[in-house]
Design a protein around this ligand. Structure first.
Ligand code: PEP
Ligand code: MG
Length: 328
């Protein structure tokens, strides 16, 4: 069984009816990057940079990674993927994760809805510029895209693009070699961004749906609260409709879209995402081969022909029944 899975390392992620699905890796460490590369990931779809800030060496615990330290980490990521695209997410940290770091964020009663992600980056200009400089400098070594976390609307995308433009100009003046262009994408994980996607889709180059937070905010269900049990689940009609709308808008505007939350890494949910039109998944390399195996067992046209019935489901039990049929 393990051996059979191992054999899939060199196989394409192709459905029974011959459609290639793109599997990106979520990565947070050197090991993840090496594994992603070995398993034939299309690239890194989500590099969570907060780990550089949270997991400091003992002698540097109360410092922040400076531009050079970040640059080296991003450059090594790029080089590790040998020409495959890497997607670097800007700092997604808030009061809940900043404890024990040098960020010194004031405590908040409700960190999930507080100053985090792109909101913090825009509020801390020096911190953000340092990170953008490091990312842009790494872009000289291979294809890099930048991904903005916790986007709630158009203003943030515009503000980030302006900062990037500034920093690009600054680096060129200083004589750094940087990539000609840096594709900018938005995480779709705040419901307002999903609902009002039309207002800013023209301002981004790609999208990545963060179902971990999207489910949390859409269902008002804390992603870390076990007491909520079944309530925190992507198999809710509201979640599926919203994901479907995002994928459709992306297709209309010819923008690549992936799902990078845990939902994408669970082979059980693959038929749902395929039926909704998804063609790019980003997941931890640990389950990449299992997902590849699952995808290779589906007929995409057959699943897509059943998307209407999936979207008509009125509760999670009906969605579960749809899934049982799809996989049975
Ligand atoms: C998400 O919210 O789905 C996501 C991928 O980001 P994180 O889990 O880091 O919040
Ligand atoms: Mg998130």
């Amino acid at each position: 069984e393990r051996k059979q899975l191992h054999r899939l390392r060199r196989e394409p992620t192709r459905t029974l009816d011959g459609v290639d699905i793109r599997l990106w890796a979520n990565a947070e460490s050197r090991e993840d990057v090496a594994e992603a590369h070995a398993l034939g990931a299309a690239g890194v779809g989500l590099y969570r940079t907060e780990f550089l800030f949270m997991q400091r060496p003992a002698d540097a615990r109360m410092t922040l990674p400076d531009e050079d330290e970040q640059f080296r980490a991003y450059r090594d990521l790029v080089l590790g993927m040998t020409g495959r695209t890497v997607t670097i997410r800007t700092l997604d940290i808030g009061a809940d994760k900043a404890d024990g770091t040098a960020l010194a964020l004031p405590g908040e009663p409700n960190p999930a809805m507080g100053l985090r992600g792109v909101r913090l980056s825009l509020a801390r200009d020096a911190l953000f510029r340092t990170q953008l400089r490091a990312i842009l400098r790494a872009s000289a070594y291979g294809p890099v895209r930048v991904l903005i976390p916790m986007v709630s609307g158009r203003e943030e995308v515009i503000a980030v693009r302006a900062r990037i433009k500034d920093v690009q100009r600054e680096l060129r003046t200083e004589g750094f070699a940087i990539a000609e262009s840096l594709p900018v994408g938005a995480m779709i994980e705040v419901p307002s961004a999903a609902i009002a996607l039309q207002t800013f889709i023209g301002d981004v180059d790609f999208l990545s749906i963060g179902t971990n937070d999207l489910v949390q905010y859409l269902l008002a269900a804390d992603r870390n609260n076990d007491a909520l049990g079944e309530l925190y689940s992507p198999l809710h009609p509201a979640v599926l409709r919203l994901i479907h709308g995002v994928i459709r808008a992306a297709r209309t505007h010819d923008k690549p879209v992936a799902v990078c939350g845990e939902m994408a890494g669970d082979p059980l949910f693959a038929p749902v995402l395929l039926a909704l039109g998804l063609e790019e998944f980003s997941l931890h390399p640990g389950t990449l081969l299992e997902l590849r195996r699952a995808i290779r067992s589906f007929d995409l046209a057959w699943l897509r022909a059943r998307s209407a019935s999936l979207l008509r489901a009125r509760d999670s039990a009906s969605i579960q029944r749809w899934l049982a049929q799809a996989t049975g």
